[in-house]
Design a binder for this molecule. Structure first.
Ligand SMILES: Nc1ncnc2c1ncn2[C@@H]1O[C@H](COP(=O)(O)OP(=O)(O)OP(=O)(O)O)[C@@H](O)[C@H]1O
Ligand SMILES: [Mg+2]
Length: 96
């Protein structure tokens, strides 16, 4: 399961746009999850109207979702200072 992480100290550098575009591409090959760990929740807002061919969830829901469902691709969006503890929680699910 490849995990692609998009993070940056600087805002407005196309993290969200890239995440949505990459997820649109990868979901044609396999089930894809976008983990929106950016406090501004832009990817979540984009997904709100529904109809996207992939799932978007917050970092807190991600572990539970990854236990109940198998994803082929994970796209992870976060600010640069996302905590190491949070990463390892998600990594644990990946290793199951
Ligand atoms: N390839 C591109 N060409 C031109 N404009 C772009 C491109 N990718 C993104 N943008 C524009 O740049 C702006 C910032 O993009 P985006 O919201 O994806 O960045 P971000 O890094 O997620 O920002 P934030 O830090 O606010 O979450 C948006 O207005 C978006 O439409
Ligand atoms: Mg963003």
């Amino acid at each position: 399961m490849p995990i692609i992480s998009l993070s940056s100290f600087k805002g407005g550098v196309a993290k969200t746009t890239s995440a949505i575009c990459l997820a649109s591409l990868f979901c044609e090959d396999g089930t894809t999850l976008v983990i929106d760990a950016d406090p501004n929740r832009s990817a979540t807002t984009w997904a709100k109207p529904g109809g996207l061919p992939f799932q978007v969830c917050g970092e807190k829901e991600a572990a539970k979702l990854m236990r109940s469902q198998k994803f082929e691709y994970i796209i992870f969006v976060s600010p640069q200072n996302f905590g190491v503890g949070n990463y390892s929680g998600i990594q644990d699910q990946r290793n199951r």
